[in-house]
Design a protein around this ligand. Sequence first.
Ligand code: IVH
Length: 679
Amino acid sequence: MAESRSKHEREKRIVSLRKAINKYRYDYHVLNKETISIEALDSLKHELKTLEDANPNLITPDSPTQRVEGRVAKGFKKVTHKTPMLSLEDVFSEEEFADWEKRISKLLNTSNLPAGGPELFAELKFDGLAVSLVYKNGVLDHASTRGNGKIGEDVTQNIKTIEAIPLRLEREIKGEIEIRGEVIITKKDFEKINREQKKIGEKIYANPRNLAAGSLRQLDSKMTAARRLDFHAYDIVGEFEQKTHSKEHEMLREIGFKTDREAHISKSAGDIFKFKEKIKKSREKLEYEIDGLVIQVNDNATFERLGVAGKAPRGAVAFKFSAKEATTKVKDILVQVGRTGKLTPVAVLEPVKIAGVTVSRASLHNEEEIKRLGLKIGDTVIVGRAGDVIPDVRKVLKELRGGHEKEFHMPRLCPACGHKVLKGMRKGLPAEALAQAGPLAFCKNKKCPATHREGIYHFVSKGAFDIDGLGPKIIDVLLDQGLIQDAADLFDLKEGDIKPLERFGEKSASNLVEAIGEKTKMTLPRFLIALGILHVGEETASDLADNFGSLGNIQKASLEKINDIANIGDVVARSVYDWFREDYNRRYLEKLLRRVTIEKYHQPTGKLKGKTFVLTGSLETLSRDEAKSRIRKLGGKTSESVSKEVDYVVAGIEPGSKLNRAEKLGIKIINEREFLKML
Ligand code: IVH
């Protein structure tokens, strides 16, 4: 991106980035206002640094990048590390962690190891400055910073001011021993020092890590002493009597060092995930800033055997608390037409990594949301991942506008078929229902190719007809070749129709025909879901089936009768009622029913009959879909929202606001264990 800009544009971008970063700094430190998150700010600084690195002539001494620590101060001697100080590979999610564990288990060929891979050791990852301490015959000889990993700076004098570092080891160790650990400063001291710095008009530190680093690299040791730095040891370099990392921690304590009190041997990934959740919750209350966990193979020989990849040992990872936000640019806003005809604006982003995953698209939901954000095409925005999964645009950084940003308007004609776009919900809806549905835009052309296509994708999808081996790519081919016009046509396909298509052989053609043939009998709820009626998902489909018992009854039901169902509100009732009254839909339904029969519907019986559940937070042993389907199998119901009709709220890890609502309404809250017992 930086490359494609003209020199003038690059200069302009650099200037506005500096201005914005300075403004946020001022807001934060002087006005005490956190206008944007530290993570988003880091993201902007990173962009500035990248631009400046590519254009060094544009660097000015007052640029925020010039605060960055890590350059070799002139006043310090250089020290070459005997063993390089490596860095760690980051993982951000449980999946990434599991991948790492699988990778090393495979390398180690774990057949002779206990099930589940090698024993691991877990500890906190302190956010400070890594240092190396070399003791000779038990006496501190010299201390150095990590520097570039190979050569660091000699900070012996300053290190000696840190009380937590013994000048003589508690037990004499012959010859040389190297200890590594992190120089840190408490959050409290960090704030206190910044307050004092401000009073005397001196530099304000962005975070405890910068302050620890800045303090250690003072030319006057008295300054360092005044900063009351602390030290946590985490490593002994080289072979001593310790055979495992946990023994190293023990030995570190014996010879006079503080180590992480939370550190422990871990038998399984599950244990590590629990540990991470626990620490994440108590993180705010910790005395020191941490940015994740360090997990490593506990057995030292095994750790060594795994070796080094690039600059990081294979036997360890930093399991990071994910940066949940980053800044990026909105390159364009596209409009997608969904299966119900709903038009959704989608931001096309410069690819950016959030919580370990690169994203390039974010739904903007509707025109109102774009107005609320004040978003224009070309804007720099803060992007997060809602519920840690779905990318969402959170804020527009208007200060960074360069003047070329463009307003976005929802098209008046459908981008797929050119049909007029209708805004808002249908006429005749009460105001509150309209507000609930949001100001949506629809293409109401029943033959709109986009709606149509998406509708067929939906028809074959897992929650609906679930046709094995049939996905969007094949449907695209079938539509483009004119082999199908709607989902009902799928049931007429013959092997010979499919075989000639590209990428289809005899076998796969017959497999597909067979897979479709297997689905000519369908349950009522799935059939209803497959119709693609706006607002009808799994829950509404089950409610309709439970209350009416057959498709015929649903077709005949009055608007009032549908509305009477406990979990169905005005908007949904209207949507269902209208669907069955449109000519186009009726013709399609008749065609479909000539090819598919709906199985007789049996009211679910089972021990959960009549009970409604709401799930909030993630469960450890079941996915959300599995949990829902097991509830239904036992005759229970699930709902997305908490109301008085709900019997149980199942609270998993990190439950959301549903829990508060349940508490307010006095609904029984159960945990995963209790829930599993019920099942
Ligand atoms: S073990 C190969 N343990 O994290 C490096 N590092 O990203 C082995 N850090 O430079 C380091 N707490 O400054 C280890 N308990 C801990 C740590 C820790 C913080 C820092 C260290 C290192 C960086 C690696």
